[in-house]
Design a binder for this molecule. Sequence first.
Ligand code: GLP
Length: 245
Amino acid sequence: MELHVHDSHEGVSRTAAETVSDTVSENPGANLLLPTGSTPRGMYRELVRLYREGGLSLSDTTIFNLDEYLGIPRDHPESYRRYMQENLYRHVDADPARTHIPDAETPAPEEECLRYDAAIKETGGADLCVLGIGRNGHIGFNEPGSPFSSRTRVMGLAESTRRANAEGFDAGAAPEQAITVGMQTIFESRKVLLLASGPEKAEAVAAAVEGEVSPQTPASMLREHPDVTFLLDREAASALRREVA
Ligand code: GLP
C-alpha cells in the first residue's frame, strides 16, 4: 500500500480529485465507485471546479455509489442520492443513465442488493474506488465483522455509526440499516483510494495501517489489495507509529 500525508484536508481533496480526473481523462468510459460523507465533499468541489474550467467531462463515465440508507425517502435531505445530486451531479455533465445508487425505498432489499452487485459486475468492476473511513474502521457501510467475501448486502449499522451520522435525522440517530457494496466488491476495483482527515479518524487509520489485518477493522483488509493508496491529512495520520514525511 502507499501512504501519502498532506498538511491539510484541501491537499487530500485536490489529490483525490486529480486521481479521479486522470482516471477519466485516460478512459472517459471508466467505472467509478464513489463515497459520501463529509470527507469527500472537498474532492467533489474540486471535481466541479475542474469541470467548470473545461478540464473534465463525466458524460461517458459510469458512477456507482458505495452505499445508501434503507427505509428513508429517496430524496430525504440526508439520503446519499440527494448528497450526490447536491455535491456533484447537478453541477456537472454526468449522464443520469450511468449514475447508480441503491434504492433507499426498495420494498425488496435483498433483490435490490443482488441487482446492484450484478450491475457493478457487468461493467467489469470499478477502475477506481474512492473510500472514506468510519471511526470504527468501516468502509462503505461494511461495519466491523464484515468478511472479505461479502458482496452487496443489507447491513445493520453500529450504534456508534448511527450516532456519528445522526445530523439531519429527527430520531437523533441515522437509520438502523443501509445497503452497502461488500468487501469483495470493493476488492474487485483495480485501484483503491482511501481518504481520511481530522483527529477523530486517527485511531481508525492507525488500526487500518498498523494493526492486524482483520474483519474487525474492515479498512485494514485493504492492505491485501495490490493497488491501494491512503491519502491522509496530518491529523488523521497523528496516531501512526511510523514516521510520515
Ligand atoms: C458513512 C459512509 C462512509 C463514510 C463514513 C465517514 O458512514 N457510509 O462511506 O466513509 O460515513 O464519513 P465522514 O467522512 O463524514 O466522516
